[in-house]
Design a protein around this ligand. Sequence first.
Ligand code: TPP
Ligand code: MG
Length: 355
Amino acid sequence: MSLKFPIFQIVDESGQLINEQYKDEITEELVKKFYYNMTRIRTFDRKAISLQRQGRLGTYAPFEGQEASQVGSALALEKDDWVFPTYRDHGATLTFGANMARTYLYWKGRVEGCVPEKGKKIFPPAVPIATQIPHAAGAAMAEKRKGTKNAAIAYFGDGATSEGDFHEGLNFASVFQAPAIFFNQNNGFAISVPIEKQMNSETIAQKALAYDMPGVRVDGNDIFAVYFQTKEGLDRARNGEGPTLIEAITWRYGAHTTADDPTKYRNQSDSDVIRENRDPLLRVERYMKLNGFWDEEWVTKIKEEIAIEVEQAVKDMESFPKPNVNDLFDYVFEKLPWTIAKQKEQYLQLIGRES
Ligand SMILES: Cc1ncc(C[n+]2csc(CCOP(=O)(O)OP(=O)(O)O)c2C)c(N)n1
Ligand SMILES: [Mg+2]
């Protein structure tokens, strides 16, 4: 099956353009946009880990290594499309226009972290695996019924493809020819379980065959391949040609979350080798150098701007108004049962407040 679903690349590990078809569309502006957005989200991600280690954020799920998949797919979207992310997809949501301070706030356990910018159709990160997939299919079906040209994208990992929700979502989208992109980031692991132990299929892309939709396998560390394949899938979706499944083969360098120790289940030196050979940012840097787009001054400037933006987001997150303790009790039942009312009273007493 891997022969039927070859890995699609446009720029190889050394930064060489190996697919001439897209040559004219690859402008200096587009390549700089790739580099800028990947640098931005990598900076965000590293800062999140540092904040967690200092006790300033709760558990965090890092995505370093997966930047090309997330930025490439998000940049292919139009502003009125829907985004259904997981806990690891802040690279995609930030690129699409999510607020950075609120994204940090989410990992402080604050519900306000789930509120998107006005007009941005970004769902809260799905922590229950694969539940966002039928939601995306539904949103796409709704857009089709309304007669718009908007599409929906669902992000999910390799592990999610073993869930019923994955199959239900793809089936519905296929039956109704809904304008959806099912964007899989195959990072080889569902927490500690390697892909060979998760499934007997050789590829994830081949699962599209069952639903008679295009299944595309791309090098998820080649942002050029991800961007153009997502765009093509979206074009088909907007033209009424239904959904597409994209398998982006990638790797997370770090732990599953800050609560995980990857050395218990894999050899971390593999990550060092992948970083040297297949790093998504390094590949764009190599491409830029080979094509005369690399400009040290510009790189220094954007890195400074990004550092300021991230520091400001941390400040905004930390100065966000404290949560209202009543929120802990007030929204589960329409009328507070006496047991919870008593708990609330005792808690307020404990913290020395009347209401
Ligand atoms: C329904 C459900 N089952 C189990 C879990 C526990 N869990 C959290 S993350 C995860 C692994 C998911 O792996 P994958 O889909 O490959 O995504 P990745 O974390 O690699 O991005 C599991 C099993 C969960 N959150 N939800
Ligand atoms: Mg995974």
